[in-house]
Design a protein around this ligand. Structure first.
Ligand code: SF4
Length: 89
C-alpha cells in the first residue's frame, strides 16, 4: 500500500545519548518525541512519529542534530538506518 499523508510509512526513532551534545535542537523541533534529562542529554519520549507532520519534524531534528545522535529506520530495526547523515562523523 502506498503511504499517504494520513498514513506515513512506519518508522522507528532511536537516539544515542553518548553522541548527544545537549544542544536541544531536537526538543525545539519535535517536542512530543524528544526531551532532555537533567544533564541536557536527549531522552526519547516516543519511538514512532504520530503522523506525517511529526515524521517530517523528526527528520528535520535528525538533520539539525549536531551530534548526529538521532537515527530513523524501519520498525523492527531490520534494515539500515536511513534519513540522517553518517554516524561516524
Ligand atoms: S539535537 Fe542532538 S545533540 Fe542536541 S539534544 Fe537533541 S540529540 Fe542531543
Amino acid at each position: 500500500m502506498q503511504p499517504t499523508a494520513e498514513q506515513p510509512p512506519a518508522e522507528q526513532i532511536s537516539v544515542d545519548s553518548e553522541r548527544c551534545v545537549g544542544a536541544g535542537q531536537c526538543v525545539l523541533t519535535a517536542p512530543r518525541v524528544f526531551d532532555q534529562d537533567d544533564l541536557g542529554l536527549v531522552v526519547l519520549l516516543a519511538a514512532q512519529p504520530a503522523g506525517a507532520g511529526e515524521s517530517g519534524r523528526v527528520h528535520e531534528a535528525a538533520q539539525l542534530c549536531p551530534g548526529r545522535a538521532i537515527a530513523i529506520g524501519p520498525v523492527g530495526g531490520i534494515g539500515p538506518v536511513v534519513g540522517i547523515g553518517p554516524l561516524g562523523g
